[in-house]
Design a protein around this ligand. Structure first.
Ligand code: FO1
Length: 317
């Protein structure tokens, strides 16, 4: 059975680790959000692609959920010397985004290959091969795509990583915008059209899955095969499993519950998988037009992630 997973960062990475225990990795394709991508120090950084690659390789730092286990930070420490002399208005030597010494090698490689004219799709496959991975990891697009967040207090717009890391997503947002004229790659189009099952991973529906859905043709392609699309709620008991999804939903006027998630996904997915903590909301999910499956969704161990993946595959018609 071939499976395509629409993926953001940590939640999707954990889900994929469970999925590849249940089906051969060669039958799995992860279509990954690149709206979080950024350029710092001149380096092309793709956080969600790297989180998935490192997690599947068993090399992720488990506490942080991003970056490499056993990482050192000598390069970041050495930046201090230059921040002291940086002229006003310069954004050189940004120290708020932590790039580990070994993680830097990935950004060096990606940046150099893109400069040689390789596509992000090709470079991502090379990086996955270097880490010995058997599944296909494909960026949602090879084109530039930036998620922009409007801050409630100032009304200013900032790139996603400024909101997420620099401001520690500790500020209210009043708007979201996707800045792009991107198209999905042929690999993405095929992965969505041809897989036996498509799973929408337990990722932020607004800033992880939202960018993938914003690419022309993606929502229509999902709607056309809706009966075999299964979504997993990233909201459990009214709270996000990780990150600011719950606050973002509320701040942007949506419902931070499985019902709010169902409202977003009903046009593209037949089934919503929710945690037993939300079992009392099954009828409300069904009223939004989705079938509802109750299955433990907090992936504290690889075994739990595998059970969740198996339940998703069983739920697809
Ligand atoms: N997240 C943080 O909270 N602080 C960081 O300094 C940080 C650095 C970082 C470096 C490389 C990378 O691949 C990811 C990194 N992340 C960091 C995570 C990342 O910003 C977010 O997890 C995603 O963009 C949200 O899905």
């Amino acid at each position: 059975m071939t499976v395509t997973v629409l993926a953001g960062g940590v939640g999707a990475a954990r889900f994929l680790s469970g999925l590849v225990r249940a089906v051969p990795p060669a039958d799995v394709t992860a279509v990954v959000n690149t709206g979080d991508d950024t350029v710092l120090h001149g380096l092309a950084i793709s956080p969600d692609l790297d989180t998935i690659t490192y997690t599947l390789a068993g090399a992720i730092d488990p506490e942080r959920g991003w970056g490499l286990q056993g990482e050192t930070w000598r390069a970041m420490e050495a930046l201090d010397r230059y921040t002291a002399v940086r002229p006003d208005g310069s954004s050189a030597a940004p120290a708020w985004f932590n790039l580990g010494d070994r993680d830097l090698a990935t950004h060096f490689y990606r940046t150099a290959r893109l400069a040689e004219g390789a596509t992000l799709t090709a470079v991502t496959a090379e990086i996955a091969r270097a880490w010995g991975l058997g599944l296909s990891i494909v960026p949602m697009t090879d084109d530039r795509f930036r998620t922009i967040v409007r801050l409630a207090e100032s009304g200013h717009e900032v790139p996603f990583q400024d909101y997420f890391v620099r401001l520690r997503h500790d500020v209210a947002v009043s708007g979201l915008r996707f800045d792009h004229s991107a198209t999905p790659t042929d690999e993405v189009r095929r992965a969505i059209a041809d897989a036996d099952v498509v799973v929408v991973a337990p990722s932020n529906p607004l800033v992880s899955i939202g960018p993938i859905r914003d690419l022309p043709g993606v929502d229509d392609a999902l709607a056309a095969r809706r009966s075999s699309v299964v979504a997993v709620s990233p909201i459990v008991g009214g709270a996000a499993l990780k990150g600011p999804a719950d606050r973002m939903l509320t701040e942007l006027g949506m419902d931070a519950s499985v019902v709010g998630v169902a409202r977003l996904y009903a046009p593209i997915a037949d089934v919503l998988v929710i945690d037993p903590a939300d079992a009392h909301l099954v009828d409300a999910v069904v009223a939004e037009g989705m079938r509802c499956v109750v299955e433990p969704s907090v992936m504290t161990t690889p075994e739990r992630a595998e059970s969740l993946a198996v339940a998703c595959l069983a739920a697809a018609r």
